[in-house]
Design a protein around this ligand. Structure first.
Ligand code: ADP
Ligand code: SF4
Length: 689
């Protein structure tokens, strides 16, 4: 059996109520950071997934009424005819590729503050909303009747917009979940108390939606398979089992998740593929309707196992479909080794949290489909035969080489190290970060098949070497090094106070420099590096004091759903966590910690000190070349770019994006204005901006 036919089962059509999914690849609803404000950007992003073979493509959470307004987090909406018209574009573009379009109708209840609409949040009871200073209104029966009508109205709009699958969204702590859960629901009427009463509203919403659109559209329910009482899987007496059994065949499709969002959206640092299996595997036994679930599936063998063992009917994916919109197509055509596997870094999630269009470490084209016209698989052909020299084979250099190689340019990729990967080679050896190697391995694998790209490792290049090569175009991607002088967010210039310390920089630590005894780690960077290195030190047996200027360990990693697990893990390993302090001085024996509010200091004994504050761009090569334009001209170098961390250090996703852009735009003049279309309303214009 060849690779493609081995996975035939994944390509069987699946009937879902009155519609039929063309295969088992199901892009579950996921945030995009675009919401109702960027309809063209959104439609193009979803359409590429349909083109890549996802048989069903869903929207993100789509509000049914202004009482469910999550601003400033971008979300879809179906409040009126304008929303209908904008979302119709998405449905139409998804249909063009033969896929089904689904819409996740949603009411946030007392999870949304309604900051833009300024309407009162609604709740099963009156509760504080998020971190805002507002409480929800306890819903009356009249409010419940209104809610049901909003769902019906939105469902009808969705049907008219062309959607095939309409959701009732009953999980993730939003309104319907609040009715289901005894943690929230204290009502004494027919919507509270017994299981049957708490399930009543969800039942009514399913029935209402079916009455409204069920002759034409499938009705899906998103529901938690467990109530969150066990960390290892769904318990036999979990009441969510009973709830699903009570509603068993009422919807056309069960889209199941779990209560613990940290696991469901788990980063690869803590959770591997198929992490939800033990929670959701019973669902197919209690319903005859198709079941879809997620598990950051990137392996076709795992997907096949899910179907063959009766765990799932449809392979749900958000992140794997973001990292590789063409994953299904690559399996279908026997190109499994070309799959760009998600690394589980959750940068995609962080961008939505920040309210900006989605980005991805592995897929630099996501979010750029409409505004820059980028496609995840296709690049424009080369415009000349001029070769390109790339210096530095980190994420930026590798991606630039990949794009240029695909375009057909002759490319030399040189690096002073003994293997490609740059920072990835160090980071993927840290606790929990092994999947980061996929960023390197995918690109190195693809480059190996390109006769026009040559890799020269152990080739440290000086400016003189480069001038001698005679390559007309040079891309410098030489990366950055962690600073050890304290410079970062808190200290904006180098600090003299660390000079007497036994300093161990993050780069040294990642290169296995010996450290033992009492170690103070100062995290002023706030992403994963500080907490990961603290974990590494604790595993080595060091007695670790982790100091941060923030109020939490690895505060930025809250955006990637890692913070809570990281801090808990450190505490469980005996790491002392000191928050809201800076390390102002360190000598051979003591570190001085200073409160960021009062300036009060205290000292702790120290054998080694690890500052994780910021990185120094390694721009020496670029600046040296740039400093002599006449020499560049004599050498025939007419294009000199620097990209990635040597330009401005950032997350890996930023370096990959910079590499991709350089590869696509090598022939373009450098511009000062944004070189992309902006998805916005222009008064008095009908042009396609
Ligand atoms: P980025 O994230 O921007 O891709 P990295 O730090 O991951 O940057 O990678 C930079 C790479 O550049 C490293 O592998 C490093 O060995 C290489 N490098 C730096 N300077 C030179 C040089 N002068 N010649 C060749 N390779 C270099
Ligand atoms: Fe996966 Fe990271 Fe891309 Fe998200 S950003 S899809 S977690 S690789």
């Amino acid at each position: 059996m060849n690779t493609a036919s081995r996975y035939d089962k994944l390509f069987e059509p699946v009937p879902i109520g009155p519609v039929r999914a063309p295969n088992r690849f199901y892009q579950v609803p996921h945030c995009s950071g675009m919401g109702f404000g960027m309809p063209r950007t959104l439609a193009a992003m979803r359409a590429v997934k349909a083109e890549g073979g996802w048989g069903v493509v869903n929207t993100e959470y789509c509000s049914i009424h202004p009482t469910s307004d999550d601003t400033p987090n971008p979300h879809a909406s179906l409040w009126d005819e304008g929303d209908l018209s904008n979302l119709a574009l998405l449905a139409e573009q998804v249909h063009e590729h033969g896929s089904l379009a689904g819409v996740q109708l949603w009411h946030g209840g007392s999870s949304t503050s309604n900051l833009a609409s300024r309407m009162a949040p609604l709740g099963v009871d009156s509760l504080p909303v998020g971190r805002d200073t507002v409480q929800s209104k306890k819903m009356t029966k009249r409010d419940i009747r209104a809610l049901r009508q909003w769902q019906v109205d939105a469902a009808r709009r969705a049907m008219r917009a062309g959607f095939d699958i309409i959701y009732v969204y009953a999980t993730h702590d939003y309104l319907l979940h609040q009715f289901l859960s005894p943690d929230y629901n204290t009502r004494r009427d027919e919507y509270g108390g017994s299981l049957e009463n708490r399930v009543r509203l969800v039942r009514e919403m399913i029935e209402d939606t079916r009455d409204a659109v069920g002759h034409k559209c499938a009705v899906a329910v998103r529901f938690s398979a467990d109530s969150g009482t066990s960390p290892d899987g769904c318990l036999a007496d979990d009441e969510h089992r009973d709830m699903i059994a009570m509603l068993a065949d009422l919807p056309d499709l069960w889209n199941v998740n779990i209560r613990d969002y940290n696991r469901e959206m788990g980063s690869s640092r803590f959770y591997q593929e198929a992490a939800l299996e033990s929670y959701v595997s019973y669902v197919k036994q209690v319903t005859g309707k198709p079941v879809v679930g997620v598990g950051r599936f990137t392996s076709p063998d795992t997907m096949l196992r899910m179907v063959e063992q009766g765990v799932l009917d449809l392979i749900g994916a958000a992140r794997p479909s973001i990292a590789d919109p063409f994953l299904p197509e690559k399996i279908r055509t026997g190109r499994v080794d070309e799959i760009r596997e998600c690394i589980g870094c959750n940068v995609c999630y962080a961008s939505d949290y920040k309210g900006v269009p989605i980005r991805c470490t592995q897929n630099p084209t996501i979010g750029e489909e409409w505004r820059r016209g980028w496609h995840p698989e296709n690049v424009p052909p080369r415009e000349s035969d001029q070769p390109v020299l790339i210096v530095g084979a980190g994420p930026a250099g590798l991606e630039a080489a990949l794009v240029l190689g695909k375009r057909g340019y002759p490319v030399i990729l040189a690096d002073g190290a003994d293997g490609p990967g740059g920072r990835l080679n160090l980071e993927c050896r840290l606790p929990g970060l092994s999947e980061y190697a996929r960023v390197r391995d995918y690109r190195v694998g693809r480059l190996a098949s390109m006769a026009n790209v040559d890799l020269y490792m152990n080739n440290y290049l000086t400016p003189e070497d480069i001038l001698e090569t005679g390559y007309p175009r040079v891309i410098v991607a030489t990366g950055s090094r962690w600073r050890t002088n304290g410079m970062g967010r808190y200290f904006s210039r180098p600090l003299a106070g660390y000079e007497g310390a036994n300093l161990v920089g993050p780069d040294d630590l990642m290169r296995d420099v010996d450290v033992d005894g009492r170690v103070v780690l100062f995290d002023d960077e706030h992403n994963y590096m500080g907490t990961v290195l603290a974990e590494l030190l604790a595993r080595k047996g060091c007695s670790v004091t982790y100091v941060t200027t923030e109020a939490k360990a690895g505060a930025w990693s809250e955006l990637t759903q890692e913070q809570e697990r990281a801090q808990r893990g450190l505490l469980e390993m005996g790491v002392e966590i000191v928050t809201c302090h800076a390390v102002t001085a360190v000598d051979a024996e003591y570190a001085t910690l200073s409160c960021i509010y009062t300036g009060r200091t205290r000292t702790v004994p120290v054998d080694a000190f690890v500052p994780v504050t910021s990185r120094e761009p390694d721009d020496r090569l670029y600046l040296s070349l740039r400093s002599d334009e006449a020499a560049l001209e004599r050498a025939g170098i007419h294009k000199l770019l620097r990209i990635g961390d040597c330009h401005n250090p950032g997350i890996i996703a930023a370096a990959v994006h910079a590499g991709h852009r350089a590869g696509r735009e090598i022939d373009s003049p450098e511009r000062e204005l944004p070189d992309y279309r902006r998805d916005r309303v222009v008064i008095g214009e009908t042009a396609d901006y």
